[in-house]
Design a protein around this ligand. Structure first.
Ligand code: ASP
Length: 439
């Protein structure tokens, strides 16, 4: 059995957290490959090392003296080194980093140093080999992640190693320059390592005991999801549920490797298991509820639209030409609605409107702004009758006006559009009907 274990920033913010991490790793021999993030926040209001690095690099780019900023970043690591009683000096590394910052080595290089240094520290603490991610995570000359090359190089490098620490978040381009993934990207490194070594399980250790059925800012203490499929997770993450970087799903999904989200502060909790497919029936009909505000609907009406072949294509082409991606396109006999992100749409609004007039000559065209979309996701919906009825009864009972409904053909989700101001109440009503009353 081989496991890859990734630890997030809050799991590695202090010496105390490092101790917990070591205990977790040592508790299970199959936890062989470790992917650390940079030290995160020690308390609310604290600054993540990655953010300190970005700020320091900005100062260097403005030709300010960065000695003070570099010293406070080094102090963060020193505090951990001292707390663990390690014989390790990062002086030379910090001298190199300061020089590279002053020579404008790039903001990706700057940000990556958080994970790089934490990797060195973690390897020293565990007595494992340190494998620099720049050696094994490959981007092409355009900065696009090269999955195939990485898989080959990574496997070659890790093959034969019993244990190793590979820092998260970055890799290198063919010319050796450092490139990072987007923020939170250490999760992606973890899945890439898991794929390369054909791991049995990818454990992603963080500060929560898994995915919650819905946002705890909206519903107090929502229950945890025990098992979720990749497809369900994709739907929920897309609609705003965070915990895991959305791009970390792709490398593993192809291989059918499960991910277990675990809590470093409560290792006894089972966490959430993310799988390709499962016979485990979800506890509730729905697996999760997520949503986002800030959408806009463009409603197009034209008599006899249904017989005009190519109408939809022409409409969507206008959005394509304006570089706007659409979210949903509910339609009726003579109506066609396109839902888009309001912030993206607003800049191009007038150009889209005139483009639509030219392309399809509608009878009416009106815009409805400030909409929120809610995704109710669950593989259990397929086998259950009346899910939609329950959702809409709950919304009606909460006095919420439903602006749009879209059920995917997979019967995995139902998307509901409401006014921004009804968003929280709608999520709460749906949660209550499924979880609180356990229907
Ligand atoms: N340290 C990086 C960030 O703060 C990457 C990560 O933590 O996954 O975004």
């Amino acid at each position: 059995m081989k496991k890859v274990v990734k630890f997030g920033g809050s799991s590695l913010a202090s010496a105390e957290q490092f101790c917990k991490v070591r205990e977790i790793i040592h508790a299970d021999k199959s936890r062989r490959f470790v992917v650390p993030s940079a030290p995160g926040k020690r308390f609310s209001g604290d600054t993540k090392v990655t953010d300190m690095l970005y700020a320091c690099y900005n100062a260097a780019s403005a030709n300010s003296d960065i000695s003070g900023k570099i010293a406070s970043i080094q102090a963060r690591y020193q505090e951990i080194i001292d707390g663990l009683g390690l014989e390790l000096s990062l002086d030379e590394e910090f001298a190199k980093i300061k020089k590279a910052f002053e020579e404008q080595a790039g903001s990706d290089y700057a940000a990556s140093r958080g994970e790089y240094l934490n990797g060195i520290l973690m390897a020293a603490y565990l007595g494992y080999e340190f494998v620099d991610a720049a050696e094994v995570i490959c981007f092409d000359e355009d900065g696009v992640f090269d999955a195939e090359k990485t898989d080959r190089v990574m496997r070659g490098r890790l093959d034969g190693l019993e244990n190793a620490v590979v820092p998260g978040f970055y890799g290198a381009m063919p010319d050796g320059s450092i490139k990072t993934f987007s923020r939170g990207g250490s999760d992606i490194t973890g899945s890439i390592v898991a794929r390369a070594i054909h791991a049995d399980l990818y454990e992603n250790w963080t500060d929560v005991s898994g995915f919650l059925v819905t946002d705890p800012h909206i519903v107090k203490d929502p229950v945890t999801i025990e098992t979720i499929t990749y497809r369900e997770l994709r739907e929920l993450s897309y609609m705003g549920a965070t915990v895991l970087h959305a791009d970390s799903i792709f490398p593993l999904r192809k291989e059918g490797i499960p991910i277990n989200i675990k809590n470093t502060n409560r290792p006894q909790d089972p966490g959430t298991l993310i799988v390709e497919s499962t016979c485990h029936r979800p506890k509730y009909t729905i697996t999760g509820i997520a949503g986002k505000k800030g959408f806009c609907a463009i409603n197009i009406e034209k008599d006899q639209m249904n017989s005009e072949i190519g109408f939809g294509r022409k409409v969507l082409q206008v959005f394509e030409e304006n570089g706007i991606s659409f979210e949903h396109v509910p339609s009726g006999i003579d109506t066609f609605t396109v839902l888009v992100h309001q912030s993206e749409f607003m800049e191009k609004e007038q150009s889209v409107i005139s483009g639509l007039h030219r392309a399809v000559n509608p009878d009416t065209l009106d815009l409805e702004a400030d909409l929120a979309l809610i995704a109710v996701v669950g593989r259990g919906m397929r086998a259950n009758r009346g899910t939609a009825a329950r959702i809409f009864a709950a919304l009606a009972h909460a006095n919420i006006n439903v602006k749009m409904i879209d059920q995917g053909s997979s019967e995995l989700n139902i998307i509901i559009g409401v006014h921004n101001e009804d968003f929280e109440a709608a999520v709460k009503a749906i949660y209550d009907i499924f979880v609180m009353t356990h229907l």
